[in-house]
Design a protein around this ligand. Structure first.
Ligand code: KG4
Ligand code: ZN
Length: 337
């Protein structure tokens, strides 16, 4: 079965073709970053309009790349939520009507399930069971995964998601949107010993997170540095603050993941969602788990952030389990996994 996947939940239009026998045939991502950059964040109405403009050309591009035509599509999967409702509606309306026109089944996919299953697209796919750390712009969750659709939430952020904390701290530091990757690049030049940020909620039992205090800590650190410098801080100080922030987030995530693995007795950890593209997180998590004889799995960076491949794949899994979407589809801005 060949599944066309369509992702439009936020500011990336992603399209892919997944084949049950041959794996990922082709995928394409169009990022709206330049459109939203001048506003410092995603403008929902502009996002919807741009998905309208880009989704069909991307579907053609992916079919061409795979040297297939629309009659080779056996099913259509689209992101049904959570996300920006207008943006979701574009992909859902397109995906559902395309499936109807082609006379094939359609399936609505949970965006976070897409992220969670993305590491299974790789050659070194982890076997079930595993613990998944989902770290994106809207979610931070630890999930015990015993199979497709068999998820138990172990812990989650009580306030900001990890990606949101990256983005807000980047804004405080005057970095451009989207802040996460920009902050991370800057942090590479930073001295990790100059400032020390707290590791929130690691000194008590439990698997929940709280990241909102870190941006306040960054703001206070910046203010103090500015007062000391009697004005604007230098580039090195900015990089040092970025580094201290990143170390704190990474440390916190590593501590909680190790705890989750210990408590569940699992050997494998899967990292997914935009923040799992973070190089420092990947390196530190890999080292920490290897030292305990455990494994860390993560998708290639382009499949960490939003993409159509994860939706095509999760849709394929859902269709195999017998799920289909009725003609009257219903995208959901909020939707617990
Ligand atoms: O999964 P994703 O593309 O979209 C959501 O579902 O939210 O995640 C986007 C988030 C943003 O907050 C972005 O700043 C963050 O992932 N991100 C990163 C990196 N790449 C993306 N954060 C830290 N380091 C990175 N390299
Ligand atoms: Zn996402």
């Amino acid at each position: 079965m060949r599944v066309l996947g369509i992702e439009t939940s936020c500011d990336e239009t992603g399209v892919a073709l997944y084949d049950g026998e041959h794996g990922l045939l082709a995928h394409a991502i169009y990022s709206q970053i330049p459109i939203h950059a001048e506003y410092g964040g995603v403008v929902p109405e502009l996002a919807s309009r741009d998905h309208v403009r880009k989704a069909l050309p991307l579907i053609r591009e992916v079919l061409d790349k795979a040297e297939l035509t629309r009659t080779d599509i056996d099913a259509v999967a689209f992101t049904a939520g959570p996300g920006l409702i207008g943006a979701l509606l574009v992909g859902a309306a397109l995906g559902r009507s395309l499936a109807w026109a082609l006379g094939v089944p359609a399936v609505g996919v949970h965006h976070m399930e897409g992220h969670l299953l993305a590491p299974l697209l790789e050659d070194s796919a982890p076997a079930f069971p595993f613990v998944a750390l989902l770290v994106s712009g809207g979610h931070t969750q630890l999930v015990d995964v015993t199979g497709v659709g068999r998820y138990r939430i172990l812990g989650e952020s009580l306030d900001d998601a990890a990606g949101e904390a990256f983005d807000k701290t980047a804004k405080i530091l005057g970095l451009s949107y989207p802040g996460g990757p920009v902050l991370s690049r800057l942090a590479e030049q930073g001295d990790p010993t100059r400032y020390r940020f707290p590791r929130p909620m690691t000194d008590r039992p439990g698997l929940d997170f709280s990241f909102s205090g870190l941006k306040t800590f960054a703001l206070n650190t910046l203010r103090e540095a500015e007062a000391e410098a009697d004005g604007a801080i230098d580039a090195q100080t900015r990089a040092d603050i970025a580094r201290a922030f990143e170390e704190a987030v990474v440390d916190t995530l590593v501590i909680k993941c190790r705890r989750a693995l210990r408590e569940t007795g699992r050997r494998r950890l899967v990292l997914a969602g935009g923040v799992s593209a973070n190089r420092r997180l990947r390196a530190r998590m890999g080292e920490a788990l290897a030292a305990e004889g455990r494994e860390a799995h993560y998708p290639r960076p382009e499949l960490c952030t939003d993409n159509g491949a994860m939706i095509a794949y999760a849709g394929w899994q859902r269709l195999n389990a017998g799920a289909t979407e009725p003609l009257l589809f219903k995208p959901r801005a909020r939707w617990p996994m």
